[in-house]
Design a binder for this molecule. Structure first.
Ligand code: PGA
Length: 255
């Protein structure tokens, strides 16, 4: 399997944006624009928007995900939502380990691992985020950081379970900054993640594994990034909040 046979996944990450009514309106605007997509189209939305988003996306090719989940099934974790609750609500995808969670909410490689485990137990599809900070980039330890984050997150995950995971390589310095990795660097670091998957599993598993790029991907730079042999889609923040911009990225991935 290679890029030609791996299905690209374009996922929006709305972060803390859109009320339920705004979610419905945005999805209604988006549906006709992405209906012929030749890639998977996912929107990860705030918990409060999930039901409105799933309702609006019903019957379309847009799949809905959450932006995080807790590792326990239930319990005294005020403000958290479990993977079990998401699955029961009909949610299909979940982002885990986003750098904003790591940066602002104390997420560690170990808690990321625990959340991945919980999501897989509930048959959710996981978008696992890995990426280096600006300092780590300047220290030239990006490859080591990506390998460490990937290896810890995937500990105990079987090759069969791996089919429910995709990875988004998101350099932290590129997120929401307008600074995008060069297409060559995105390809190189996605390749390092792919090699890590081959080491942990098999070459075949690595060849079939979807690895996105994320960090200031937009309607202008998407085509160049997505043309790269190791870039199988994108995780899109800011540009996913505007239907025409997100649709343009979906179109670029469908070529
Ligand atoms: P951005 O966010 O596209 O706004 O840089 C990407 C992300 O955080 O997933």
């Amino acid at each position: 399997m290679n890029k030609a046979t791996r299905k690209a996944v374009i996922a929006g990450n709305w972060k803390m944006n859109n009320t339920p009514a705004e979610a419905t309106a945005l999805i209604n605007e988006l549906k006709p624009l992405v209906k012929d997509a030749d890639c998977d189209v996912v929107l990860c939305v705030p918990y409060i928007d999930l039901f409105a988003a799933m309702e609006a996306a019903k019957g379309s090719n847009i799949k809905i995900g959450a932006e995080n989940c807790h590792w326990a099934e239930k319990g005294a974790f005020t403000g958290e939502v479990s993977a079990k609750m998401l699955a029961a609500a009909g949610v299909e995808y979940v982002i885990i380990g986003h750098s904003e969670r790591r940066q602002y909410f104390g997420e560690t490689d170990v808690t990321v691992h625990d959340r991945v485990r919980a999501a897989l137990n509930e048959n959710l599809k996981v978008i696992l985020c890995v990426g280096e900070t600006e300092t780590e980039n300047e220290q030239h330890i990006t490859a080591e950081v990506l390998r460490k984050q990937t290896k810890i997150a995937l500990q105990g995950v079987s090759e069969e379970e791996l089919k429910n995971i995709i990875i988004a390589y998101e350099p932290v310095w590129a997120i929401g900054t307008g600074k995008v990795a060069t297409a060559d660097d995105a390809c190189k670091y996605n390749g390092i993640i792919r090699d890590c998957i081959a080491e942990l599993y098999t070459k075949e598993a690595a060849e079939g594994f979807t690895i996105q790029y994320g960090g200031s991907m937009n309607e202008k730079n998407a085509a160049e990034l997505l043309a790269k042999v190791n870039v199988d889609g994108g995780l899109i923040g800011g540009a996913s909040l505007v239907a025409s911009k997100f649709a343009a990225i979906v179109e670029a991935a469908s070529k």
